[in-house]
Write a protein that binds this ligand. Structure first.
Ligand code: F6P
Length: 526
């Protein structure tokens, strides 16, 4: 499948990305616009032939047919026998979406109305603080989006507790008043140990302060029975179906805390933005399809050129949690070692995704990106404008820095240029050579830039849906199931068995020497 692309990549030789711009139209030819956003992938080694070969990879993998199956409600999550229909949650003015012959849209719209009712009730009440208790997809999505949309907050303060480390909930509750705080327990399964432990601690906290927990808990879950067992009345349980994966769930009830923060109108704008991207993904031909191109450029770097990691670098401070969100979205989805049929993958799984907002990262890890021995493909995101109209000079500096980084990565600095700089400082001879060598930037390092007008709810919805579909395309090409997550199970099982061991109730007998030693240490100090 990759042979043609690999052969073309082998032929790149010493070619520099910069030289590709001798084609005066390169920027326009190697970028595309959708939903008002511009995706520029011209600062990469893609040329016409490589791009055509990559698109053929997507065609041969059957991306379009699989995409239609997904939107059509087929059980593409084959290991769990489930459809994958998070797109139905934002199908605000779309048609019917069938699962096993039944249109799920009436239920989706009814749940959205229930969310609005609950959100408006909380927003209109005495509640000053809402604490979302959830982890993984039941935390990262709403938290990332709530931070991203902070200029739209007009509801109570919203907090997010995820870690089973008691420090997390303690630090949040310390700033809350038990009389005016409520809890949203977000868990698809309603069995996740971290979430249930934190929820119990929240209930104990109310109890300890003599406050009844009646009306103070809302559950967001696919498991209504478990929520009921936990004592949350049915009208306070917002449900969703198993065809919404945890890391794809921010669009439905799991987004309630976000809706409480920004209000139903802004939340629906977020959904509308995502729906626009869905429409683009379904209709645009492969070579003009933004999620497809984003996926193919990423796979070119990862699968063909062998770059094992990908940096996501938002020059938008409110996207500070986007890299963490994408880590789950991409690595839990495409970090698989076997293909759909159970055979070992013949290629690598998806890349390691990491990042931090610019300009902070510039003063931390960009040194390695510019001069380290390994190439790290970078994905920049930046808004043309910021919300702070009175601080336009900040935004100008931010944008200038973003553009400067992708330019510097591509162009680098030659030894001749470095020598010139040293000469102006009065250096000569061996010392000039030594100092100049440290100031060389190899350049020729690939990056892409996604630029959008302003981080509004619509734009955020578009960006997140873009990345979701990118993950889908990569998964189809890899031939894996992007929608299960068996790789998280073993650690959970072992943690359960180690629970009584670290408290000393059971011995560590049968465990390996390292684990026994660590347990002994814990027992000395706990
Ligand atoms: O452990 C992984 C995982 O299952 C994620 O896929 C999920 O987002 C997270 O745990 C939380 O699960 P739940 O929403 O069921 O509590």
């Amino acid at each position: 499948m990759w042979d043609d692309v690999k052969q073309l990549a082998d032929g790149i030789g010493p070619r520099r990305i910069e030289d590709l711009f001798q084609n005066a139209n390169r920027a326009a030819e190697f970028s595309l616009q959708a939903s008002g956003m511009l995706f520029d992938y011209s600062k990469t080694q893609l040329d016409d032939q490589i791009r055509a070969a990559l698109i053929k990879v997507a065609q041969d993998a059957g991306v379009e047919a699989r995409r239609d199956e997904m939107f059509g409600g087929a059980q593409i999550n084959e290991t769990e026998g489930r459809a994958v229909l998070h797109t139905a949650l934002r199908n605000l003015d779309g048609g019917a979406v069938l699962v096993d012959g039944t249109d799920v849209m009436p239920e989706v719209m009814a749940t959205l109305r229930q969310m609005e009712t609950v959100a408006n009730e909380i927003r209109g009440s005495q509640i000053t603080d809402v604490v979302n208790i959830g982890i993984g997809g039941s935390d990262l999505g709403p938290k990332m989006a709530a931070i991203a949309l902070s200029p739209y907050h007009d509801g109570p303060r919203c907090h997010f507790v995820s870690n089973v480390d008691g420090a997390d909930i303690s630090d949040v509750l310390r700033g809350c008043d038990p009389a005016t705080t409520m809890f949203i327990v977000a868990s698809k399964t309603f069995t996740t140990i971290e979430t249930m432990t934190n929820a119990r601690t929240a209930r104990d906290w109310l109890d300890h302060h003599g406050v009844s927990d009646s009306g103070r808990f809302v559950a967001l879950s696919s498991n209504a029975a478990k929520a009921a067992e936990w004592g949350i009345p049915g009208d306070r349980v917002l449900g969703f179906e198993d065809w919404v994966g945890g890391r794809y769930s921010v669009w439905g009830p799991i987004g309630l805390t976000l809706m409480v923060a920004v209000g139903p109108d802004a939340f629906k704008a977020f959904l509308r933005g995502a729906q626009e991207m869905d429409r683009h993904f379904r209709a645009a031909p492969l070579h003009q399809n933004m999620p497809v191109l984003l996926a193919l450029v990423g796979m070119f770097h990862n699968q063909v050129l062998g770059h094992a990691t990908r940096a996501v670098l938002p020059y938008d401070n409110r996207l500070s949690r986007l890299p963490a969100y994408l880590q789950q979205l991409e690595m839990e989805s495409n970090g698989k070692g076997v293909s759909m049929d159970g055979n070992p993958l013949s290629v690598h799984s998806g890349p390691v995704v990491w990042g931090e907002p610019g300009t902070n990262g510039q003063h931390a890890f960009y040194q390695l990106i510019h001069q380290g021995t390994r190439t790290v493909p970078c994905e920049f995101l930046v808004g043309a404008a910021g919300h702070e109209q009175d601080l336009r000079h900040h935004q100008d500096l931010l944008v200038a820095n973003c553009l400067a980084q992708s330019e510097a990565l591509m162009k680098g600095r030659s030894i001749e240029a470095a020598r010139d700089i040293m000469r102006t400082k009065g250096l000569t001879g061996a010392e000039l050579e030594r100092q100049a060598a440290h100031r060389v930037f190899p350049g020729n390092r690939p990056s892409t830039t996604l630029i959008y007008p302003l981080l509004t709810p619509e734009v955020l919805g578009r960006i997140i849906a873009l990345y979701e579909h990118r993950v889908f395309v990569e998964g189809v090409i890899l031939g894996i199931n992007s929608y299960d997550q068996w790789g998280v199970e073993l650690g959970k099982e072992l943690a359960t068995s180690l629970g009584p061991v670290v408290t000393g109730r059971e011995t560590a007998e049968g465990k390996d020497g390292s684990t026994r030693q660590l347990v002994e240490y814990v027992l000395l100090y706990r």
